[in-house]
Design a protein around this ligand. Structure first.
Ligand code: CP
Length: 313
């Protein structure tokens, strides 16, 4: 595996996370920087995406590189039966970096085993979404002024939600207290709760999305119930509308509370929340561009300036 690949958030240390966030700060202040002159990056999306693919591609363009790839696997030779191994080996002949999203858990890890080109995992099934986590951390830091000692409430599809899995793993460095709000079918998987136990992180599980839970939160991380992950669509129908955040539910919440969501949303955040000063999900997605510029430069071994702001406190 190329050591510059980013497959799981566990591939990078706390220090590297902080360093990437500082570089993201730099790119927010200086988004157009021709650091990738002559580099070609592939975006291979075997699953649909709006934000992740477009922000990665914008990041490459802003950095002066070029992009090839596909946004729909049906237009690639995988639709003719070409294996993932062969696709990765072929694309590796053409590019300096592969950014891939795949519906199978472990697909990005597997890709690192068949190429020396660095791989960035842009989401593998219900497993991991590390670049999303970097932009989530960036949003948390920007809105709270710290990453430490925060009450983080995760709501919705905690079973299949790769964004909450990655975020939980990254937050282990920053002494969080978690609240998990989900129905029995979509509870946080035991492996992530065991990770909390082993790191001494407190977590509380709730069925009710109550005023008390919202009132204690610094970050309310809403998630979509992901229809595409269910083998039983009747089960999806049963659970899809259980948790919806409405603006009135934010009354009495902490002044510093911010609502995050990796997006896309369906109905788990009512549109009336959008006008609240506590809604931060569109700014969160904007920050994805800067976080991904930093991630791409790391993957290509390109040093970038940082701002002097500390993210340590
Ligand atoms: N947050 C996220 O992964 O969005 P997309 O599916 O649109 O890329």
């Amino acid at each position: 595996m190329n050591k510059r690949s980013l497959v799981s958030i566990d591939d990078i240390s706390r220090e590297e996370i902080i360093d990437l966030l500082r570089r993201a700060q730099y790119f927010e202040a200086n988004p157009t920087h021709k650091l990738l002159d002559g580099k070609v990056v592939a975006t291979l999306f075997f699953e649909p995406s709006t934000r992740t693919r477009l922000s990665f591609e914008t990041a490459v363009n802003r950095l002066g590189g070029r992009v090839i790839g596909f946004s729909d696997a049906a237009t690639s030779s995988s639709s003719k039966g070409e294996t993932l191994k062969d696709t990765i080996k072929m694309v590796s002949n053409y590019v300096d970096l592969i950014i891939m999203r795949h519906y199978l858990e472990g697909a990005a890890r597997y890709a690192t085993e068949v190429t020396d080109v660095p791989i960035i995992n842009a989401g593998d099934g219900a497993n991991q979404h590390p670049s999303q986590t970097l932009l989530d951390l960036y949003s948390i830091y920007k809105t709270q002024g710290t990453l430490y000692d925060l009450n983080i409430t995760m709501v919705g599809d905690l079973k299949y939600g790769r964004t909450v899995h990655s975020l939980l793993m990254a937050m282990k460095y920053f002494r969080p207290t978690f609240h998990f709000v989900a129905c029995d079918e979509l509870r946080m998987p035991s492996q992530y709760k065991e990770l909390c136990d082993s790191c001494g992180i407190k977590y509380y599980e709730h069925h009710d999305f109550s005023a008390d839970v919202i009132g204690a939160a610094d970050i309310l991380y809403m998630t979509r119930v992901q229809r595409e992950r269910f083998s039983d669509l009747l089960e999806y129908e049963r659970v899809k509308n259980l948790y919806t955040l409405r603006r009135s539910m934010l009354e009495g919440s902490k002044p510093n509370l911010r609502v995050l969501h990796p997006l896309p949303r369906v109905n788990e955040i009512d549109q009336d929340v959008d006008e609240s000063e506590k809604a931060y999900y569109f700014e969160q997605a904007r920050g994805g561009l800067f976080a991904r510029q930093a991630i791409i430069c790391r993957a290509l071994g390109i040093d970038t300036p940082t701002l002097t702001t500390s993210i340590e406190s």
